[in-house]
Design a protein. Structure first.
Length: 126
């Protein structure tokens, strides 16, 4: 059975990445972070969920995203791999912060993640 719990450690990392990488289109107070346990997923480390337009309208809620980390895999990663994983998930958020998603093709690849991770590390030193 899947269980969910807030993940304050992930939220701190996500907020830092948003700030240091100047991801101005991402609204930190509307990005929530959760840790799940009990997933049957074999390869998934983390995933992002959006509150789509119809849900926003029906619930009268603003756009929001949830980053879910799969505890069984995410928690075993090195600090560097956790950072890259969160960069990857944040890249799925479109510039309009609309509740939708950016696909991998044309937007997200290993080279971009590595480049942004390098920027993150450099900004920590400055």
């Amino acid at each position: 059975m899947l269980k969910y719990a807030e993940a304050p450690d992930v939220k701190m990392l996500v907020d830092e990445i948003i700030d240091r990488l100047d991801l101005f289109h991402v609204v930190p107070q509307f990005v929530y972070c959760y840790r799940s346990t009990g997933s049957k997923s074999i390869l998934t480390i983390a995933r992002i969920h959006g509150l789509g337009r119809i849900w926003q309208e029906a619930l009268r809620k603003p756009t929001a995203y949830i980053i879910e980390v799969i505890s069984e895999r995410y928690d075993k990663l090195s600090k560097e791999e956790k950072e890259k994983t969160m960069i990857h998930e944040l890249l799925h958020i479109p510039k309009k912060f609309s509740g939708g998603f950016r696909p991998h093709k044309g937007y997200i690849d290993r080279k971009l993640i590595e480049r942004l991770h390098k920027v993150l590390l450099e900004k920590r030193l400055s």
